[in-house]
Design a protein around this ligand. Structure first.
Ligand code: CDP
Length: 228
């Protein structure tokens, strides 16, 4: 099986990109990189350091601290899952909180932040066998990826899925709050100047509103085996 290539997955908030990426990674032995987790980790750092407060950004402090942020991943062989590290500490759970979700798209449009993370992502992409998901992966980060997917689903369905997921671990979530957050993030991600969320011309569109996980897996397997 020749998997000496990269796969880029982009799409709207909470449309199942990471489920797709993880499933491909496991089945075909790719390394999964969650670029959104990197934006979430840097957002958590800025919230903790009060670089961002009440959705306002202190750019002086940001310029001072940004060099000190280290975002990384490690693969936990026990749980067979990737964990996000912020300055060498596991923040995988903290970065999924609704408060991080409420700030991340504001942070993700800051040019210095994007330049820093995109440089890391491009470097990772130099070694092949990577499946990376995000908003600008097929268009800007890995423009030479052999397979590009652009995923979407009805917003109510996406919010319902995220609500079901977060409800298991968090007490202060509500469906309307999540729906509002997805709408806001989509709006920010589509309209920012640098690397907005967009479908690459050569990306394959997947609308999984009505698809079961099995149907989606079958579609992906049929697609990927063509490239192996
Ligand atoms: O909640 P979901 O899994 O859909 O989002 P995520 O992939 O964790 O990404 C969180 C946020 O990071 C997005 O809403 C974007 O604002 C930002 N992001 C980005 O700007 N560019 C990327 N390549 C990935 C994420």
């Amino acid at each position: 099986m020749n998997t000496s290539f990269n796969i880029a997955i982009d799409g709207y908030s909470s449309c199942g990109k990471s489920t797709i990426a993880k499933s491909i990674a496991k089945k075909y032995n790719f390394r999964y990189i969650d670029s959104g987790a990197m934006y979430r980790a840097i957002t958590l750092f800025f919230m903790r350091e009060e670089v961002i407060k009440n959705k306002n950004i202190n750019f002086d402090l940001l310029n001072k601290l940004i060099e000190n942020v280290k975002v990384d991943f490690y693969f936990d062989t026990k749980t067979e899952s990737s964990k996000t590290l912020l300055n060498n500490k596991n923040v995988e759970d903290d970065i999924r909180s609704i408060s991080v979700s409420e700030h991340v798209s504001i942070v993700a449009r800051i040019i210095k932040v994007r330049e820093k993370l995109i440089a890391i992502q491009k470097k990772i992409g130099e070694s092949k066998n990577i499946v990376m998901d995000g908003r600008d992966i097929g268009t800007k980060v890995l423009p030479n990826a052999k397979i590009k997917l652009f995923v979407t689903a009805d917003i109510e369905v996406r919010a319902q899925r995220r609500f079901a997921q977060l409800k298991k671990t968090t007490s202060n979530v509500s469906f309307p709050k999540i729906l509002k957050n997805l709408n806001e993030r989509d709006r920010f991600d589509i309209s920012r100047k640098m690397n907005p969320l967009a479908k690459a011309d050569d990306a394959i569109l997947i609308d999984n509103t009505m698809m079961s996980l099995q149907e989606q897996d079958m579609f992906l397997n049929n697609l990927i085996t063509k490239y192996l």
